[in-house]
Design a protein around this ligand. Structure first.
Ligand SMILES: [Zn+2]
Ligand SMILES: [Zn+2]
Length: 178
């Protein structure tokens, strides 16, 4: 795609850049930070909580509370819904996981903020497929708009609600809720 863009003379800086999943060592380091955060709050790391934390920091997927419960139970079948719902606010409070509202009747959690604090999302309205991207052109535009209005950008995240390939083609997505 890059070669094609270059041969067409497209300005690469202006293309949105799909962000890479966080590397294994980065995820491990982020998990360590969260364990320290729990420690500072004098919160015990129970085996249930350990399974939840291991799950969150071993995926680069966005997840809902119910997905997290399901995945964590694969590691430790004793994980309770209540513990998941008590742990999620701690994860967001630590700043290492972001709670996102895409206008659905559930929140989606994003574990990829530690490496990319200002990334953007495009989400399929039907199956919740998410692609994360950064764009220097978008950043420049946001800086320009903010500057003209007398503001300075502190953080930015753009969300595009859209139809994925499959929804465009057949009008509905097979893999809903996965
Ligand atoms: Zn994200
Ligand atoms: Zn879709």
């Amino acid at each position: 795609m890059v070669d094609k863009a270059q041969s067409l003379g497209i300005d690469l800086i202006s293309l949105p850049l799909i962000i890479e999943p966080m590397s294994e060592p980065d995820r491990a380091a982020t998990k360590e930070k969260f364990l320290q955060f729990l420690d500072q709050k004098n919160l015990r790391i129970t085996s249930q909580r350990r399974a939840i934390v291991d799950t969150v920091f071993s995926t680069d997927q966005h997840f809902t509370a119910e997905q997290l419960l399901e995945w964590a139970r694969e590691k430790d079948s004793s994980v309770s819904r209540a513990t998941v719902y008590r742990t999620l606010p701690l994860l967001t409070e630590s700043g290492l996981v972001h709670e996102m509202d895409f206008g659905k009747d559930y929140k989606i959690y994003d574990p990829n903020y530690a490496a990319h604090p200002n990334h953007n999302h495009i989400i399929c309205n039907d199956c919740d497929k998410i692609v994360e991207f950064e764009s220097e052109r978008l950043d420049a535009l946001e800086n320009e708009i903010s500057g003209k209005l007398g503001f300075e950008v502190q953080s930015q995240q753009l969300t595009i609600n859209a139809s994925c390939e499959e929804m465009k083609r057949v009008g509905a997505c097979k893999n809903k809720g996965e």
